[in-house]
Write a protein that binds this ligand. Structure first.
Ligand SMILES: Cc1ncc(COP(=O)(O)O)c(C=O)c1O
Length: 417
């Protein structure tokens, strides 16, 4: 059997350690030790991840996903306002509440425009009554700040920025009389808040408004600390994009019913009718047409949640995934978490830095994709160069384990070039 030589790019000339000759078996002993060099070929790891999908959104489909089976009951070609369509939408809301353990008196709606649509809907409908504290530590959170100032033209906005990527802001002066906006998990920096949300006070007068799109289904949300929460289907459950989820506490509903914002609201942002909450919206009577294919796919993902132990099972899967990368980082001094404080390490969008220049990081990402062991694991465009590896509940720990060996393989090649 002839073996194909590895491509030249995967060979490297590496100086051997000083005691190398002494450690060789007798017959391989080299005579002139000081000049000893040889071509080392970085052998490829024997195992590839069963799935190379580690993107931070859209994220990997659940284990065992089959397009045909997942969608076999989709009411395609039927109206979303038919009894069948409405029942599917109501089921999606009901199952979301069950899996996420959302309190009975909170409302949940399916809204247009994915997580962005849901979050903007809340901002445009609710902000302006109180000053706003905007806490952010990466690109998406910063986007909410820009919108609050440049588009909503709010004057009383306090900027709680993190000192740098990888850090959380100092929350200590968040004011409980202000509305506070924050991201539960910073998808582009791999930095998350702790589950207790200590900076949100129980006796607050303002609303706490949380973008949790890369956190829900992988982290526990303390619902008593959250008045508005948004997410989209394509993240932790690996659903399809397009639709957003909006969760409102009774206090958020009270704001909607008592406050008329000083700005026009496009139809797709409207949650009230004649000053009262549009209850139908929270029963599946959506604002505009939804994709029943995406709804069915989301239902499939929610049913899978029950099979893996519900919320606790999902969180555990994600934490176990993070643990694989933690063990890998502990073993290697050339790779580290972007998150400075271990307690703030994301267990979904894990961001890693490498002691390689930017062009070599890019090369690593390309090599791993070419080998079909990891797709889309480059860091976000605004974030420091590095890897971003999705560790949400749909990803398998064994696949991450296999991936680490390939990262090491690529690093050994690139570091010595
Ligand atoms: C924290 C955060 N907010 C908002 C968004 C935008 O989400 P969508 O594309 O679902 O609107 C993302 C997407 O990655 C995100 O990670």
């Amino acid at each position: 059997m002839s073996s194909t030589p590895p491509p030249a790019a995967f060979s490297l000339a590496r100086p051997l350690p000083a005691n190398f000759a002494r450690s060789l078996p007798h017959r391989h002993c080299a005579r002139r030790r000081p000049a000893l060099t040889m071509v080392v070929t970085a052998a490829k790891p024997a195992t590839k991840p069963a799935s190379p999908c580690f993107s931070s959104g859209p994220c990997k489909k659940r284990p065992g996903y089959s397009l045909v089976e997942a969608l076999s009951d989709a009411p395609l070609g039927r109206s979303h306002r038919s009894a069948l369509g409405k029942e599917k939408l109501a089921e999606a809301i009901r199952r979301t509440k069950d899996v996420l353990q959302i309190p009975e008196d909170y409302r949940v709606a399916i809204v247009p425009g994915s997580d962005t649509g849901a979050f903007e809907m809340a901002m445009w409908s609710m902000l302006g009554r109180r000053p706003v504290d905007l806490c952010y530590w990466e690109s998406f959170g910063k986007g909410w700040l820009v919108d609050a100032i440049n588009h909503l033209r709010l004057e009383a906005v306090t900027d709680f920025a993190a000192a740098e990527y990888g850090m959380l802001p100092n929350f200590s002066s968040v004011n409980k009389d202000h509305d506070v906006l924050f991201t539960f998990n910073g998808t582009t920096s791999g930095v998350r808040v702790e589950e207790g949300l200590e900076f949100i006070k129980d006796d607050r007068a303002g609303l706490s408004i949380c973008d949790a799109t890369s956190a829900v289904f992988a982290m526990h949300v303390p619902w008593g600390k959250v008045d508005v929460l948004t997410f989209s289907w394509q993240k932790v459950l690996g659903g399809e994009a397009a639709h957003g989820m909006l969760v409102l506490s009774p206090r958020a509903v009270e704001r909607l019913e008592s406050y008329v914002p000083p700005r026009p609201l496009p139809k797709i942002f409207r949650m009230t009718r004649r000053g009262r909450l549009d209850e139908g919206l929270f029963e599946g009577n959506v604002i505009n047409t939804v994709s029943m294919m995406c709804v069915e796919d989301y239902l499939d993902a929610l049913k899978w949640c029950d099979k893996v132990g519900g919320l606790d099972g999902l969180v555990k899967r994600s934490m176990d995934n993070l643990a694989v990368l933690e063990a890998f980082v502990d073993k290697n001094d050339w790779i580290d978490f972007l998150a400075k404080d271990p307690k703030s390490r994301s267990n979904t969008s894990v961001c890693l830095t490498l002691d390689l220049p930017k062009d070599k990081v890019k090369k690593m990402v390309e090599m791993l994709a070419a080998e079909e062991v990891a797709y889309d694991i480059n860091s976000y465009r605004d974030a420091p160069p590095g890897l971003r590896i999705w560790c949400g509940a749909t990803v398998e720990a064994a696949d991450l384990q296999a991936l680490t060996q390939w990262i090491e393989w690529a690093y050994n090649i690139l570091a010595d070039k």
